[in-house]
Design a protein. Structure first.
Length: 372
């Protein structure tokens, strides 16, 4: 399949970005109040203003666009976003609320705002010293409490694949920036721990989570967006080192990525997207996870980790994503916030609605499609 037209990618990317910048707190209407969380309703996921992971991924996408375009088109928006949130008071420290710092660590290179630098440093120290750990020292996937921005949900002794993108990338970036080998070593430890407990050797795919309490992978489900955090995130991780990554660890991580990519290419649907349960054709096709997978595959090709035989898969995915961008820039067919599930039906019943991270991950994919 030929690469989608560059002008169409550029036009739709601008629409998606504009929609993200003005994304309001539109809320899905649910008839049963007590089912909100079970179907993926988390109020924080809907707008751009809140300090949490959906917005953090979006800020990271905007920061990447600034770097690619070598101009500061969104600089004022980004600076005010951080300043306003800091002034208002930040939510509880946890895995997901670390995500906005991923972009901030880079952006503050030019801003040189001491308040923001101190925030990044103190948060990195918190990750090292205070974040609850699982057995064997894994980062416990502590999240924000639904409806309480100062509360947390401990998810005791659990590791989730999301953590690598939400938290480990930031810690790595800070370790490299401040020459903190202990922070870099911890990032190695976390990547290896998550592969050890979440990677399925039979399929090459990743489970959503692992619990040391029950010593299993919960429902043993291969969730699309969960897998996509690894596909996109692990190449961002390798790229951060600029050739200084431990050679043996890089080889191990790269081989794991290649095995996952090989599995994913066989699970792609005719539309170019992937199903929200990757190996269940009866589950709906989902755009946010598909976008992150596309971004990861495109980056893998550019880095020479994947060969050009993956281009058809990548081009098909980008075409599928473009077909799911509405005329006003809204990214369609995005699944809601997804807690840990004990069966496939849990994932198949998550609501579908416009989400901040749907815009964000689409930005990452289209940015990769525009760069060579």
């Amino acid at each position: 399949m030929q690469r989608p037209d560059t002008s169409e990618i550029r036009t739709k990317l601008d629409l998606v970005v504009n929609k993200l910048l003005h994304l309001g707190e539109t809320e899905a209407v649910l008839a049963e109040e007590d089912r909100k969380e079970s179907v993926g309703y988390f109020k924080r996921d809907f707008g751009i203003k809140e300090w949490d992971w959906p917005q953090g991924v979006g800020l990271y996408g905007l920061a990447k666009m600034e770097k690619i375009e070598e101009k500061k088109a969104y600089n004022d928006f980004l600076y005010q976003w951080y300043k306003e949130n800091i002034k208002e008071g930040l939510p509880s420290k946890n895995i997901n609320t670390t995500t906005p710092l991923l972009a901030l660590a880079d952006l503050n290179e030019s801003w040189k705002d001491k308040e923001m630098e101190d925030l990044c440093l103190s948060w990195a120290q918190w990750l090292m010293k205070c974040l609850p750990r699982t057995e064997e020292g894994g980062f416990q996937h502590v999240t924000s409490a639904n409806g309480d921005r100062l509360g947390v949900r401990l998810n005791e002794n659990e590791m989730w694949i999301d953590t690598l993108f939400m938290t480990v990338l930031f810690l790595t970036k800070m370790g490299l920036k401040y020459n903190r080998q202990d922070w870099i070593d911890e990032s190695y430890h976390q990547v290896l721990m998550h592969i050890k407990y979440l990677y399925d050797k039979k399929t090459g795919l990743f489970y959503h989570g692992w619990t040391f309490q029950e010593r299993n992978n919960f429902g043993g489900v291969f969730w699309c967006r969960g897998n996509s955090w690894f596909t996109a995130g692990i190449l961002e991780y390798i790229d951060l080192f600029q050739g200084t990554m431990n050679v043996a660890i890089r080889q191990f991580v790269t081989d794991t990525y290649k095995a996952q990519a090989k599995a994913l290419i066989h699970l792609q649907s005719k539309s170019g997207l992937w199903h929200t349960v990757l190996d269940d054709r009866d589950s709906y096709e989902e755009v946010s996870g598909s976008a992150a997978i596309a971004a990861g595959i495109l980056k893998g090709i550019k880095m020479g980790i994947l060969d050009d035989s993956y281009l058809e898969c990548a081009n098909k995915a980008i075409a599928g994503i473009l077909n799911n961008i509405d005329s006003d820039g809204t990214v369609l067919h995005v699944s809601g916030g997804t807690g840990m599930g004990y069966n496939k039906d849990h994932y198949k019943n998550i609501l579908v609605a416009p989400m901040a991270y749907g815009q964000s991950l689409t930005i990452l994919a289209l940015c990769e499609a525009l760069t060579k």
